[in-house]
Design a protein around this ligand. Structure first.
Ligand code: P5A
Length: 434
C-alpha cells in the first residue's frame, strides 16, 4: 500500500480526551475515530490489525472443532423474557422497537439466541458435544464507556457456546476452551493470567477471566508466582489434563475477592499486578437450558437438559490491550503476528529519480514475495516520515536514501529493538521475504 493513497489521518498532538496510552496512540496513528461515546469507526490500519486478531482467534477455535456461524446483532425480546434476563439486564441493554411495535434489542451476548437454535434443531445426545461460535458486534450501553475501544459500547466479540450431555463432558469442553484461550493469547504475544472469576450476568459456578498484565489495567490481580513458571506464552502444544488442573488450582484473584489474611500463598510468592480482561469463560450447566427447555434424549430415552458453557474474547478490546503491552515513547510496536503491515518502506527523497526507482523496485519485489509493505512515497521531510513510521509501529522500517544508494545499500531498522543494519537491496528483500 502506498501511503500517498492510504487513509491514515494521523494527529500530531495528543488528543485531550484520551486518558490511556492505547487510546491516545490509536487516535494519533489514525486507527480509529469516535462517532459517539464508546462507538468508533475502524480506519484502514486499525481494521487490518483487528482482522488479523480475528483470524488468529478463528484458527484456534477451528482447531478445537468449534463450528463458525454468524448470528444477527438484533434479537427479539421474547427470548430474553424466557430466560429472565430481559428485565435483569437493565439499562445496559439497548432496546429497540420495530415498525410493528415489536420489542427487539441489540445483542449484548447470545446465550438465549443459541439456546433457541439448539432446542429447535438438536434432539439427541448423539449430536453432542457441540460447540459453535461467531465473531460479531455486540452493544452494551456501558455507564462509563472509556479508554477508547477498550471499554466501548459497540465492540467486537468472539463468543462461543458449548453443549454437552452431562457435567463431566461439559467440563471437558470448558477445559478445551481454557487451553484454546491460552494458545490464542500466546500467539498474540501476550501473557494472559487465568483468574478465577465471578459469573455475574452470565451465570453459573465455574468461570475464568483471562487478564493480560499492563500498568493501565482496570483490575488489580493477586496471583501465585508459580503461574509465571508455567511459561504461558509457550504453552502452545497439547496440554494434558493434569497440567490444566494444576494451573487452575493455583491462586489468582481479583483484588475485590483477595483476602490478605487468609490467602493460601506465602507473601513472598504472591504477585500483585494490574490486568486487562481480554477473555472470559463460563460453565453454567443448565441455567439456560432449564429456563428455555432445551433438552435432548439421552441413551435411555429420557429427556435431559443440556449442559452449557459460554466463552468470550474481546476482539476489538485486544487491539487496545496489545498496544498497552507493546509501545514506547515514540508510538506503537506491533507484534509481527498482528501488524497492519510487516514493513514500512521509507523513501527519503521522492524527487530523486534514482531513489524513487529503487524504492518502487523494492516495493514491487517485496509485494511479489508476499511481504505486506506500507510504502511512504509522500513528498515531505525525513523527520516527519520517521516520526509517522515509529508511531505506526510496523515491525521493520526499510529506509532508502540517495546517500546509501550511492554505496548500494539501504538501512533496515527493527522497530522493537531499534537495531539498524545496512544491507544491499537484494539482501534486504531476501531477509524480509524469508
Ligand atoms: C461469554 C461469551 C460474555 O459475554 N457471553 C458470551 C459471555 N462474557 S463477558 O465477560 O461479558 O464478555 C466477554 C469479553 O468481551 C470483552 N468485553 C468488552 N470489550 C470492549 N468493550 C466492552 N464494553 C466490553 N465488554 C466486554 C471482554 O474482553 C470480555 O472478556
Amino acid at each position: 500500500m502506498r501511503l500517498s493513497s492510504c487513509f491514515m489521518p494521523t494527529l500530531k498532538e495528543n488528543p485531550a480526551e484520551a486518558q490511556v496510552t492505547s487510546h491516545r496512540l490509536m487516535l494519533r496513528a489514525g486507527l480509529i475515530r469516535q462517532t459517539s461515546a464508546g462507538i468508533y469507526i475502524w480506519l484502514p490500519l486499525g481494521l487490518r490489525v483487528m482482522r488479523k486478531i480475528e483470524q488468529i482467534v478463528r484458527e484456534e477455535q477451528d482447531r478445537t472443532g468449534a463450528l463458525e456461524i454468524l448470528m444477527p446483532t438484533i434479537q427479539p425480546a421474547e427470548l430474553w423474557q424466557e430466560s429472565g434476563r430481559y428485565e435483569a439486564y437493565g439499562k445496559e441493554m439497548l432496546r429497540i422497537t420495530d415498525r410493528h411495535d415489536r420489542e427487539m434489542l441489540y445483542g449484548p451476548t447470545n446465550e438465549e439466541m443459541i439456546t433457541d437454535l439448539f432446542r429447535a434443531t438438536v434432539k439427541s445426545y448423539k449430536d453432542l458435544p457441540l460447540n459453535m461460535y461467531h465473531i460479531q458486534w455486540k452493544f452494551r450501553d456501558e455507564i462509563r464507556p472509556r479508554f477508547g475501544i477498550m471499554r466501548g459500547r459497540e465492540f467486537l466479540m468472539k463468543d462461543n457456546y458449548s453443549f454437552d450431555i452431562d457435567g463431566e463432558a461439559g467440563r471437558i469442553s470448558y477445559n478445551k476452551m481454557y487451553v484454546a484461550y491460552l494458545r490464542t493469547f500466546a500467539r498474540l504475544g501476550l501473557v494472559a493470567i487465568p483468574v478465577r472469576a465471578d459469573t455475574g450476568a452470565i451465570g453459573g459456578d465455574l468461570s475464568h477471566e483471562f487478564q493480560i498484565l499492563a500498568d493501565t489495567g482496570e483490575s488489580t490481580l493477586y496471583y501465585d508466582k508459580e503461574i509465571e513458571n508455567f511459561d504461558l506464552v509457550s504453552l502452545t502444544g497439547d496440554i494434558d489434563p493434569t497440567t490444566i488442573e494444576k494451573l487452575q488450582s493455583l491462586y489468582a484473584m481479583e483484588e475485590e475477592k483477595h483476602d490478605a489474611e487468609n490467602c493460601p500463598v506465602a507473601p513472598e510468592d504472591l504477585r500483585c499486578a494490574k490486568g486487562i480482561e481480554v477473555g472470559h469463560i463460563f460453565f453454567f450447566g443448565t441455567k439456560y437450558s432449564d429456563a428455555m427447555n432445551a433438552k435432548v434424549t439421552g441413551p435411555d430415552g429420557n429427556l435431559i437438559p443440556v449442559e452449557m458453557g459460554s466463552y468470550g474474547v474481546g476482539v476489538s478490546r485486544l487491539v487496545g490491550a496489545l498496544i498497552e503491552a507493546n509501545h514506547d515513547d515514540n508510538g506503537i510496536i506491533w507484534p509481527e503476528a498482528v501488524a497492519p503491515y510487516k514493513v514500512g518502506l521509507v523513501n527519503l527523497r521522492i524527487k530523486d529519480d534514482d531513489c524513487t526507482a529503487a524504492c518502487d523496485d523494492l516495493y514491487q519485489k517485496l509485494t511479489t514475495a508476499g511481504v505486506e509493505v506500507l510504502y511512504d512515497d509522500r513528498d515531505m521531510g525525513a523527520g516527519g516520515k520517521f516520526a509517522d513510521m515509529d508511531l505506526a509501529g510496523l515491525p521493520w522500517q526499510l529506509i532508502v536514501g540517495p546517500r546509501g544508494l550511492k554505496n548500494g545499500v539501504v538501512e533496515l531498522k527493527n522497530r522493537r529493538t531499534g537495531h539498524r543494519e545496512e544491507l544491499s537491496l537484494s539482501d534486504a528483500v531476501n531477509k524480509l521475504g524469508a
